[in-house]
Ligand binder design. Structure first.
Ligand code: GAL
Length: 394
């Protein structure tokens, strides 16, 4: 995301007011589905095109993945009933219809040991019906099922095996169960390189998991944006998010530098959403969601959707935020107030790649209203809150 400090921001030793600008690419039809953003400079555009040429070509992830994942709310406390009820809730709340299609099981779904043939065994207490039955259930609702493993000897919980040296066998198992998505973590690496371990799984996926979305969770340690486009459909750019303002803003900042490397087929992943987990204010969750949407981050809900509040649902279901195609020179702009006091933030057209004379219709994506603007757009923004607009030249 390109940033510009606001001319109307109060003097500050640190840049605390951010103007985040998304710029649509005009060449690719995929851009119309939120595919391209930020990079205005020629160098950045070139890097972006190069990254796309190298893309992991399984045809998935033309837009960033959307769905739910168990970790941020449940950690290891999961079972098949929670997964089923979550699938039900995604449908019943209308979130599924808005695009939240992946129901992703994170760590702790399997027995500690493989069976005598070396196969994964779903945890007998918590997933007694097995993963295939769960995939069938989720598919019958029109949704997709995701699973989790690790490029090491064990997963990060140390409660189940990882897939290192079992890559082909495990991908075949996942495919036979009808799994649609694999998140692949980075613990217990047995002293072997990231490149070797993730290449092994990527190759297994190319052969046996062609229809499985591949999400690398390497935590951004070795700049995966620069190479993971060849291996999978998304890559974590940061360590784990926690449900607080400091953690969320730092994930956004760390992720920002890799914007030019993402595009249809391969996305930067600053970690899953915390919206609705209780550790941030409504304004902070609105900013979290807006910035993730603008960064074209995966939108993986991390709360308990079975019991989410209306407020949480309103944020997660703001179809305007992420459904707006940004073709035809339209711009998405977020005015984000990171100060702890009310502030006026101004985006001048020169900050966002518009000629000063251009008149636009500005759509406020949270207020759900439109107005005319020319030369600049300015708003008074509450502490930790944001305004998000799509500007359409008249
Ligand atoms: C972490 C990963 C988290 C979660 C957790 C499970 O390494 O970043 O998102 O998957 O492991 O143990």
């Amino acid at each position: 995301m390109a940033r510009a400090s606001s001319s109307s921001s109060p003097p500050s030793p640190r840049l605390l007011l951010f103007l985040l600008v998304a710029v649509a690419a005009t060449l690719l039809p995929e851009a119309a589905a939120l595919g391209n953003f930020t990079a205005e400079s020629r160098g950045a555009r070139w890097r972006s095109r190069r990254a796309r040429r190298r893309a992991f070509e399984n045809g998935l992830g033309r837009t960033p993945q959307m769905g739910w994942n168990s970790w941020n709310h449940f950690y290891c406390g999961i079972n098949e009933q929670i997964i089923r009820e979550t699938a039900d809730a995604l449908v019943n709340t209308g979130l599924a219809k808005l695009g939240y299609q992946y129901v992703n099981i994170d760590d702790c779904w399997a027995e500690y040991s493989r069976d005598s043939q070396g196969n994964f065994v779903p945890n007998r207490q918590t997933f007694p019906s097995g993963i295939k039955a769960l995939a069938d259930y989720v598919h019958a609702k029109g949704l997709k099922l995701g699973i989790y493993s690790d490029a090491g000897s064990q997963t990060c919980s140390n409660k189940m095996p990882g897939s290192l040296d079992h890559e082909e066998q495990d991908v075949k198992t996942f495919a036979s169960w009808g799994v649609d998505y694999l998140k692949y973590d980075n613990c217990n690496d047995a002293g072997r390189s990231v490149m070797e371990r993730y290449t092994r799984m990527s190759n297994a996926m190319k052969t046996y998991g062609k229809n499985i979305f591949f999400s690398l969770c390497e935590w951004g340690k070795e700049n995966p944006a620069t190479w993971a486009g060849r291996m999978g459909n998304s890559w974590r750019t940061t360590g784990d998010i926690a449900d607080n303002w400091g953690s969320m803003t730092s994930r956004a900042d760390e992720n920002d530098q890799w914007a030019a490397y993402a595009g249809p087929g391969g996305w930067n992943d600053p970690d899953m959403l915390e919206v609705g987990n209780g550790g941030m204010s409504e304004a902070e969750y609105r900013s979290h969601f807006s910035i993730w949407a603008l960064a074209k981050a995966p939108l993986l809900i991390g709360c308990d959707v079975r019991s989410m509040s209306q407020q949480t649902k309103n944020i997660l279901s703001n179809s305007e935020v992420w459904a707006g195609p940004l073709s035809n020179n339209r711009k998405a702009v977020v005015l984000w107030n990171r100060q702890s006091y009310q502030a006026t933030i101004t985006a001048h057209w020169s900050n966002i790649g518009l000629a000063g004379s251009v008149a636009v219709t500005a759509r406020d994506l949270w207020a759900h209203s439109s107005f005319a603007a020319q030369g600049q757009i300015s708003a008074s923004v509450a502490p930790h809150d944001c305004k998000m607009y799509v500007l359409t030249p008249n």
